[in-house]
Design a protein around this ligand. Sequence first.
Ligand SMILES: [Zn+2]
Ligand SMILES: [Zn+2]
Length: 542
Amino acid sequence: MTGRLLQKRRLVRALIYLGTCLALVATLGGMLVEVRAGPVVPLAQTESIAIVDVHNHLNGDMSAEELIGLMDKNGVSRMVLMPRYFSGRRAGGSGSDEQALAYAKEYPGRFIPFVAGQRDILDERERWLNPDEEAQNFLREVETKLRTQSFYGIGELIIRHYPFEDRAGGGRERDIPVNTPLMQRLADLAARHHVPLLIHAEGEPDVVVGMRQLLENNPAARIIWAHNCGRSSADIIRGMLARYPNLFCDLGGMLNGRFSPYGGYWPKKTPWMFLIEDGRGQLLPEMKELYEAFPKRFFLGTDHAFTRSLRNFSRRIHRFRQLLSGLTPETARRLASGNADEMFRVRAGPAPTGGVTNGPLPGEAAAVDPDALPPPVRDLLRRLIASGYKAQTNVDGRSRKEPHKGVDIRGAVGDDVLAAADGRVTFAGDTPRGLAIFIAHDKNLDGFHYFTTYYHNTDHIVKKGDMVTRGQVIAHLGDSGSKFVPHVHFGVNKSLNRRWRREQDTDVNPDLYWNTDKICFDSKHDYPAMPLRFTLPVRCPQ
Ligand SMILES: [Zn+2]
Ligand SMILES: [Zn+2]
C-alpha cells in the first residue's frame, strides 16, 4: 500500500517536472520563433554581418593595401573591382584589368575582378551599333580574359548616364541604346562563361524597353542592372524581376546623403528616378517590400568611382548597415553577402587563405550552387522534375512520410532511362521500391565515390557488373514499386568508401552535380570526365 502511494507520488512529481520542462521549452521556442519572425535586425546585429561590396571601381592610384584596410575596418569580406580605363585629369590614373587581377592574387579571396567596361573606346555610340575593328579587338580581349577563369564579370558598361558635376569630378553624359549588336556579343560571352554583365543605364522608358529585349533575348546571361535597376520605381523593378529570372540589381550609389553624391545630388530629376531611402538611413516602404519580396536579387555596392571619395567608404558601409537593420534577418543577410557569395564562387585554383572563406568547402569541390544554375538549365529542371530533393510532397502532390532523397523526373512508360555518367552497374534488380539500377562512378576530384540510382523501371537492359557510358540506355521508365504516375526517381549518393551501402544516409542534392554546360545528353558533345557531372537520365523534350 505505502509502496504504491510512493510510486504514485513519484509519478506525479515526474509529471510536474516534465510539465515544467515542456513549459520552458515552449517559452524558449516562442522566443526563438519571435526572434526569427521579428520584423527587423537590430542595428547592433548588422555590425556582425559580413558585407560583399558588389559595385566598386579601380583607378590606377587606388592601392590594394588601402582598400583592404577599409574593408577590414568595416567588416567587408570581399569587393568587386571594376577597373576604369580613363586617363583624364581627375580619373586617378587609368586602372586596368591586370591591376585588378594582381590585387586579387595578392589578397586571395578578397577581390573579385571584372573585365572593365569603362573604356574610352566604348564611349562611341556608333561602335555599339556597328561593331568595328576596335570593337572586335575588345571582344577578343574580353573572351581571352574570361577564358582564364580569373575574372568574375564584365562591367561597368556605361550605356545611359547623365552628366553631373561634384567636387570629386563628376561624370560624362552617355546615351547609347541598350540592345545593340555589341551588347548582344557581350551577352553571348557572359552566358558562355557564366559571368554577369553589370550595366549602368538610367531607367528611362526606352531604356526599360531595351533592357526587356536584352533579358528576353539572352535568358542564359545574368544581368546586374546597376543602381537599383536604373533607379527605377519599385513597381517597374518588381515586374521585371518577376518576369526575368536572369535580372539582378545592385544598390551601388543609391545612398542618399552628402557622402554619396550621385544618390544624394540628383543630376537630373526625371519622372523615372526613384530613391531607396529617406536620407536618414530608413528604407522607403515600397523598396523595403520589394527587397523582402525578391531577397535573392539584390546586392550592396559602395560605388567609389573617384579615388578621393574613398574617404567616404566607412560612412557608406555604415549607412548600408542602417538600411539592412530595416529588413528581416534572412533578407539582410542575403543582400549583405549571401547573394554575392552565391554568384561569385571561387573558381578552381589555389584555395583562398586568410580570414574569409568564400567558396565551396573542400569536401564539396565539385558542387555547383543550385540557385546559380544558368536560367535555361534551371527552367528545364523545373519543367522536368515533378518532385525535388528534400521535397515534402510526392509527384502527385500528396505529402511524404520523410523528405525526398532524390528527384522525380517526369516521363512515360517505356521511355528510355539513360546512364547519367560513365560507370559500372553495381545492382540491377527488384527492391521494395520497384525495379532499380545502381551505378558506381569514378572517384571524384573531391575524394568521394559517387553513386547514382534509378528507380521504378519497367525492365532492365543492363545487368550487374556491366560497364556503361553516359547516355547509354540502361532501362525503360515505369511505375514499378510506386503507386504514383510513371517517373524515374534519380538519386545521387556519395561515400568515402568504394562500396556504398544503401542503408547509409549519404544522399546528396542532385542539383549540385548537373552538367550545366549540357544537361541533356548529346552524343556529339564531349563531356569532361572530371569533375563528375551528370546529364539527365531521360531524353530532353524536343
Ligand atoms: Zn554606375
Ligand atoms: Zn559605378
